[in-house]
Design a protein around this ligand. Structure first.
Ligand code: HEC
Length: 193
């Protein structure tokens, strides 16, 4: 009898859990996009005008300070962990991906190689840790636009002044050699649930 009651109560609950998660995931995706994505065109625009008006060396500050500062603003408003990651970092201290992020970045590259548009690549997933805690994880690819090539293009296309400026701040820079239309990295969001 006890077993029957237990089954009546738990079976529908167990069946409903993935469904609830699916609804959760849709709502989380919509909210994450709405909160985190508007910053991206702002960074690209700031980068374009800085390169045009002040030149590449002065524009380094946009990728170095302005972009992290705009992300910090979202972090303090939301409490989410939000940062930029890449498989080939310029600043490994802040941009090194964790295992989940490495997997998604590799997947983004595979999808681009198979013809996907980099600006359309994103992934959102509810992830359960070993401790049972759930986290919502989201990543959006950052495509290499023409302006990005100024500092992330093939090393021999960069002026020697710019190379020297980058080398003095980033002796372990791996973030050159990119072509337009590739994935430079991603915006990555982690939300504790
Ligand atoms: C004027 C030079 C310059 C331009 C142009 C530039 N970047 Fe960067 N980028 C940098 C520097 C410098 C860093 C290291 C920032 C830091 O210290 O956190 C960086 C870091 C990054 C990172 C963080 C991961 C890492 O490698 O450390 C991403 C992602 C990135 N850039 C994407 C882009 C994209 C996309 C564009 C074009 C829209 C772009 N950058 C244009 C100089 C530049």
């Amino acid at each position: 009898m006890k077993t029957a009651i237990f089954a009546t109560l738990t079976v529908p609950l167990l069946l409903a859990t993935p469904l609830l998660w699916a609804q959760d995931a849709d709502a989380l995706l919509a909210e994450t996009r709405k909160t985190a994505l508007p910053v991206l065109p702002k960074v690209v625009k700031a980068m374009q005008s800085a390169v045009q008006e002040q030149g590449a060396i002065a524009a380094i500050a946009v990728c170095k300070e302005k972009a992290p500062q705009l992300l910090q603003e979202i972090r303090s408003q939301t409490g989410w962990d939000i940062r930029r990651v890449s498989l080939k970092t310029r600043n490994a201290t802040t941009g090194k991906p964790d295992a989940w992020e490495v997997r998604q970045l590799a997947d983004f590259n595979i999808r681009v190689a198979n013809g996907a548009k980099p600006e359309q690549l994103e992934i959102g997933e509810i992830v359960s840790g070993y401790d049972g805690k759930r986290t919502y994880r989201y990543m959006k690819a950052l495509p290499v636009a023409e302006v990005c090539q100024t500092c992330h293009g093939p090393a021999d296309s960069l002026s020697s002044d710019l190379k020297a400026a980058l080398a003095s701040d980033y002796p372990h820079d791996r973030a050159t050699g990119y072509a337009t239309g590739e994935v430079r990295g991603a915006l990555s969001v982690k939300r504790p649930l």
